[in-house]
Write a protein that binds this ligand. Structure first.
Ligand code: E4P
Length: 276
């Protein structure tokens, strides 16, 4: 399974790539805002174009998702997607355009398929697409049929929602806390969202459908909150897991590793140190 970094912060991107195990980057408008705000707070002058280009170069040879923000219509998303691709892809030939599966946040039923239409148009124009904000296997299937290269189920947000709808049960829980893959029972009933019992269950259902039909789109488990979810994304067969830098760092940690290292350091005889 590939590890992607979910960040627009150059410092994090550089650190993740220096490990040699980072296989791509996903950005979204909130992550870009966080990076821009951080730079401003440090008194730096922002040239966002140069900043993104530097990130693309750092990630050379691996995919970087850039998200559209003109989500008014399919046409607007396609136009902006094409412009983004034209401006940024020549830098390192690694741009994927991120399109929301359904941009109709104003409940305008006429727009329900604008994301799917945009994905299809970009796919026909040979521009690679990452379909984002996927919360059902049906949305994932539709995105795959439209030609999305990556389909991104948002695991953590499903868990957030299940916890929120039963907040009395989860008092004191934070976003980063683990939510069980097989769901959580409350008063003899499984908490669920139309048959989805956890964020990783959503990923698992999509993987199983894609495998059953030999669908080529890759499942990109997104909105992951902790390393255990990354592990479970791997267990259920996700092709990619994207994670914030904090979770990426967790991948290498365990308290017994720390204890073991302390002990090795204490126990190493001076004679051994002198050998090399
Ligand atoms: C993925 O592409 C998204 O940028 C991301 O995983 C969203 O995560 P969040 O739910 O923590 O905002």
């Amino acid at each position: 399974m590939k590890f992607f970094l979910d960040s627009a912060l150059l410092s994090e991107i550089e650190q993740a790539y220096s490990t040699g195990i980072c296989d791509g980057i996903t950005m979204n408008p909130s992550l870009v805002k966080k990076a821009v705000d951080g730079l401003k707070a440090d008194g730096e002058r922002i040239d966002l174009e140069k900043y993104i280009k530097k990130a693309l170069k750092t990630a050379k040879g691996t995919p970087v998702s850039l998200e559209v923000t003109d989500i008014g219509t399919a046409k607007a998303m396609v136009e902006q997607g094409k412009k983004l691709f034209k401006k940024f892809n020549p830098v390192a030939k690694n741009v994927y355009i991120k399109i929301p599966v359904n941009p109709a946040f104003d409940q305008n039923p006429g727009k329900d398929f604008d994301g799917i239409r945009a994905i299809n148009e970009l796919h026909k124009a040979k521009i690679p697409v990452n379909c984002t904000l996927v919360f059902t296997p049906e949305q994932a299937l539709a995105a795959a049929k439209a030609g999305a290269d990556f389909v991104s189920p948002f695991a953590g947000r499903i868990d957030d929602m299940l916890r929120k709808e039963h907040s009395h049960e989860f008092a004191g829980f934070s976003k980063e806390d683990y939510y069980p893959l097989n769901g959580h029972m409350h008063e003899g009933k499984m908490l669920e969202d139309n048959g989805i019992v956890s964020g990783i269950d959503l990923v698992a259902q999509i993987v199983s459908i894609f495998r059953r039909y030999g669908i080529k789109s890759q499942v990109l488990a997104a909105s992951l909150r902790n390393a255990r979810q990354v592990r479970e994304a791997a267990i259920v067969g996700a092709d990619i897991a994207t994670m914030p830098f904090g979770v990426f760092r967790e991948l290498a940690r365990h308290r017994l590793t720390v204890e073991g290292m302390k002990k090795f350091t204490e126990d190493t005889p001076e004679e051994f140190r002198k050998l090399v």
